[in-house]
Design a protein around this ligand. Structure first.
Ligand code: AGP
Length: 611
């Protein structure tokens, strides 16, 4: 899931392309490059490593020109090195391409081109596109639009791409199939980007490019074509992220800033959606009529990664408060599994970015089968948000840290409100509704108080940051949190961590317990407290260090655990939103102490736009 940026206008392109890459670096960061055009000349500069490496190279060899494209890479084909970095040039040096996505038939096309004497520089799938466009261009005497269109017809797979050529040094071409692409409209200048964050401070007028569209941009004009070269109408939308939202402000890392934003983002997720008068929740964008919602006999929640863990909490919430059977599906499995789904089933996709390829494919598969679909999503205008029948935006603002934090707590809060809304349509009394509203409204303050555990968590991190394995254990609403805590530690500190329902330990994982493997127990004062305490004792009995995350005033856990993190008491069904905060902070501090790049962990990217 790479990031691409394109610019055509009257200003020097290089600084605009680089600033855009810095904003998109969370999408992939193993190499970066830029190419600009002046007259018949292409100026290409690319380097393995972060955008900073490319900036150092440009310091020595600037890239002149008011037209250019750039790229930050998450490798799919070929190792992270200078040669495989984008842009990729055609053999004759006349065409340059940057690409986000995967060309599935690249190997066949590459062999055909090699048989025609074309020599390849890189191991990438993308270079095939540049070579094909150049061959078409030679045949078409310089018609770049036609050359790109003919080339796209040969490709199988996904792409968000940008093309420039010495043949038409005033033209910037973009194309989209499956991978996100945004067109930015400026005053005598135009932009292309993988997501709108690259355009912050540049323009507020954007077009979210749909699949099978070609963008044709010059400094003074822009239009969209479909693949038989017919001009198509475009929906220009306002994009109003202020630069401040996407900056770290006083925090050392985006992840820590986003953890501390949660009291506010929880407020945003609930704003205007809780209604005491109806003792229920209101959602403006579900677009499903009450009958459809009332008739729903089954709900499928589908997602990936952290969003999948939020879905698991959603299963508990909706089954308990709306009494509707819920299934939670990994999107990548769901889209190929073809499960029997009856008519009165609603499919809900949960996604921060709205661009995760597996979740998008699961959505399209559900729509193909005629099931009503909803999206719980953070990024306005993203593919999943646009393609779902309806949905709910999280309003959590840009989440830049690769490890998802504030999106998770807003997703679970939104699922709790959805359970209230669907429950009030069924058996939940007005009083029960009012109780839930009162408890939901207490979340921002509870989160603010939970952040007070920061120093205690930091001390525990200093004690355990060099372990190799770690176990997270919880029951009921806190079981999905055990999975989420383990994922946070894995993805930013690279420590092997597993999450389990606490009682599951006896059936195998307890064999992992030893004095060097801490177990983090998520405790709640609910009906299974004593059961969790027995599980804790089983680990203690085998010499495993225990860290207990529990509610203030719980002395019992403190008597048995080696470390205790106290949290303000929250209703059991809302505890995942509060108890995740120390788990986010623990992973954060362990990663910092291990010298890991917290915001850009190795091998990961913020939105996974390839399958
Ligand atoms: C979580 O910290 C990771 N960044 C990752 O697991 C993420 O949750 C997953 O890729 C799903 O992304 P989405 O919510 O944007 O669809």
């Amino acid at each position: 899931m790479c990031g691409i940026v394109g610019y055509v206008g009257h200003k020097e392109a290089e600084p605009i392309l680089i600033e855009g890459l810095h904003r998109l670096e969370y999408r992939g960061y193993d190499s970066a490059g830029v190419v600009t055009v002046t007259g018949q000349k292409l100026h290409i500069r690319k380097r393995a490593g972060r955008v900073g490496e490319l900036v150092r190279l440009l310091g020595e060899r600037p890239a002149p020109g008011c037209l250019g494209i750039s790229h930050t890479r998450w490798a799919t084909h070929g190792p992270a090195n200078d040669v495989n970095a984008h842009p990729h040039l055609s053999q004759d040096g006349t065409v340059a391409v940057v690409h986000n996505g995967v060309i599935e038939n690249y190997a066949v096309l590459k062999r055909q081109l090699q048989a025609e004497g074309i020599r390849f520089q890189s191991d990438t799938d993308t270079e095939v596109i540049a070579q094909l466009i150049a061959l078409q261009l030679a045949e078409l005497k310089g018609d770049l639009i036609e050359a790109v269109q003919r080339t796209l017809a040969l490709l199988k797979g996904t792409y968000g791409l940008a093309v420039v050529s010495a043949a038409q040094p005033d033209l910037l071409i973009g194309a989209r199939l499956g991978s996100p692409l945004v067109l930015g409209i400026g005053d005598e200048e135009h932009f292309l980007a993988s997501d709108p964050s690259a355009l912050i401070g540049k323009t507020q007028q954007v077009v979210y490019v749909q699949d099978h569209r070609l963008c044709v941009l010059t400094a003074d004009d822009w239009h969209l074509l479909d693949y038989d070269r017919t001009r198509v109408q475009a929906c220009v939308q306002q994009f109003d992220w202020d630069p401040g939202e996407a900056d770290k402000s006083t925090f050392e890392h985006y992840m820590l800033k986003e953890i501390y934003e949660q009291p506010e983002t929880l407020e945003n997720a609930m704003r205007g959606r809780l209604c005491e008068a109806d003792a229920s929740a209101h959602f403006g964008g579900l677009n499903l009529d009450t009958q459809q919602l009332r008739r729903a006999e089954r709900i499928i929640l589908t997602a990936c990664g952290t969003s999948y863990h939020a879905a698991l909490v959603g299963e508990y919430l909706i089954e308990e408060y709306a009494r509707i059977p819920v299934e939670v599906e990994y999107a990548s499995e769901f889209r190929y599994r073809n499960p029997p789904i009856d008519r009165n089933t609603i499919v809900i996709c949960i996604t921060q970015s709205g661009e995760t390829a597996d979740t998008l494919a699961a959505l399209r598969e559900s729509k193909r089968k005629g099931h009503p679909t909803l999206a719980i999503c953070n990024v306005v205008g993203s593919s999943i948000a646009r393609e779902a029948d309806g949905g709910v935006y999280l309003h959590a603002g840009p989440e830049i840290g690769v490890a998802s934090t504030k999106a998770f707590t807003s997703q679970v809060t939104t699922l709790a409100m959805l359970a209230l809304y669907l429950g009030r349509m069924r058996h939940l009394s007005a009083q029960q509704g009012l109780n839930m509203i009162r408890e939901l409204r207490s979340l921002p303050d509870l989160a603010r108080r939970a952040l007070h555990c920061h120093d205690a968590v930091k001390r525990i991190a200093e004690k355990y940051y060099d372990v190799s394995n770690c176990l997270y254990l919880g029951r009921q609403y806190l079981y999905p949190l055990a999975l989420e805590g383990a994922l946070k530690l894995k993805e930013i500190s690279y420590i092997h961590a597993e999450g389990y329902p606490a009682a599951e330990m006896k059936h195998g994982p307890i064999a992992l317990v030893d004095p060097h493997t801490p177990s983090i127990f998520l405790m709640s004062r609910g009906p299974v407290f004593d059961k969790v305490m027995s599980n804790l004792e089983e680990v203690k009995a085998r010499g495993g260090p225990v860290i207990a995350v529990t509610c203030e005033g719980d002395e019992e856990a403190a008597t048995r655990a080696d470390e205790v993190i106290y949290l303000p008491e929250a209703p059991e069904y809302l505890q995942p939103i509060i108890a995740v905060i120390p788990l986010q902070l623990l992973a954060y501090h362990v990663a910092v102490l291990r010298g890991c790049d917290v915001d850009k962990p190795r091998n990961l990217a913020k939105s996974v736009t390839v399958e």
